[in-house]
Design a protein around this ligand. Structure first.
Ligand SMILES: [Cu+2]
Length: 302
């Protein structure tokens, strides 16, 4: 009878392993892209190079923890099964007060594994988070400043084509709105296939900028302006979420990150400039399409 209970308790870790095994195929896992991205082949790839490296680290840790999990459960099952068998057959189990050698071993091995992971992930971490590793060109052409607030993302872009001469000039731009800046809400436009930098801040409480498919996540902390570097390798629309419970309307902070190739991005920014400068009456003279539209409008009013 005791052995039946052992089998019952051993069934659950077994189920956990089986569920994890199928999770990726069932799409219960990290959002993924099937195919080739940035030269890297794979079936569970993120939509950004740094995302791919984060996935690789994630899988490495998953393999280590899986081996430990399965190993400890087999050991546990073996010991408990043996004990249950003894009880069922009327024999006395062996009691022990522990083993010093074993304790030393299972302290040193996990410490070694943790040290290995800590060293192994350093390059990825530096590339992702350490500002001094960011490309100079990307630092001088920040894509946008993103201000999280309850409950939306307010986005400010520098004037189209603007390149900053120094870090100090970027800091100056981050101090407040400047002539020629463009604005959008809940829609972040970025060019693809090059590293981009956005500056994140919060107007009220703590929020978290999260683009699951790119594996980009950064807290927006009141009082800080935090640069985020990432690269989108495939044009398209990506879900942008707030990953920090920030108040009653937290659920409303779903937005879009739209990646386009260089020309497409320039056109989107140009359209934004046009829309923003349109005062409801005059049309900027430089757009043929708009002139046609305004002629039509005039013809209608006549
Ligand atoms: Cu939020």
């Amino acid at each position: 009878m005791k052995r039946l209970w052992v089998a019952f308790f051993m069934f659950w870790p077994l189920l956990a392993v089986v569920v994890c095994w199928f999770a990726a195929d069932m799409n219960w896992w990290l959002p993924r892209h099937d195919g080739t991205i940035g030269g890297a082949e794979g079936v569970t790839t993120a939509f950004s190079p740094i995302g791919q490296r984060i996935d690789d680290l994630f899988h490495l840790i998953l393999i280590i923890t899986s081996v430990v999990f399965v190993g400890t459960h087999i050991a546990l099952g073996y010991v408990v099964w043996g004990g249950a068998k003894n009880v069922d057959e009327g024999r006395k189990s062996v009691f022990t007060h522990g083993s010093h050698n074993l304790e030393v071993m299972w302290t040193i091995i996990p410490a070694g594994v943790l040290l290995f992971i800590a060293l192994y992930q350093m390059d990825t971490w530096a590339e992702y988070r350490v500002k001094s590793t960011y490309p100079e060109k990307a630092l001088r052409t920040p894509i946008a400043e993103i201000t999280a607030r309850q409950f939306e993302w307010r986005i400010r872009y520098p004037a189209p084509g603007r390149e900053f001469a120094s870090d100090a000039e970027v800091d100056q731009w981050l101090m407040g709105p400047q002539p020629g800046d463009l604005y959008s809400v809940n829609e972040l436009h970025v060019p693809t296939n090059r590293p981009v930098i956005v500056h994140l801040r919060s107007m009220d409480v703590q929020h978290s900028f999260f683009v699951p498919k790119l594996r980009v996540k950064q807290d927006a902390v009141p009082g800080s302006i935090i640069p985020i570097k990432f690269e989108v390798t495939k044009p398209g629309e990506y879900e942008l979420l707030c990953a920090e419970l920030c108040g009653w309307g937290h659920y409303k902070m779903g937005a879009k990150l739209i990646g386009r190739n260089t020309q497409g991005h320039a056109a989107a920014i140009e359209k934004m400039r046009h829309d923003q400068e349109y005062d409801g009456i005059t049309q900027p003279a430089d757009s043929v399409v708009d002139q046609t539209e305004s002629t039509t409008r005039m013809a209608r009013t006549n």
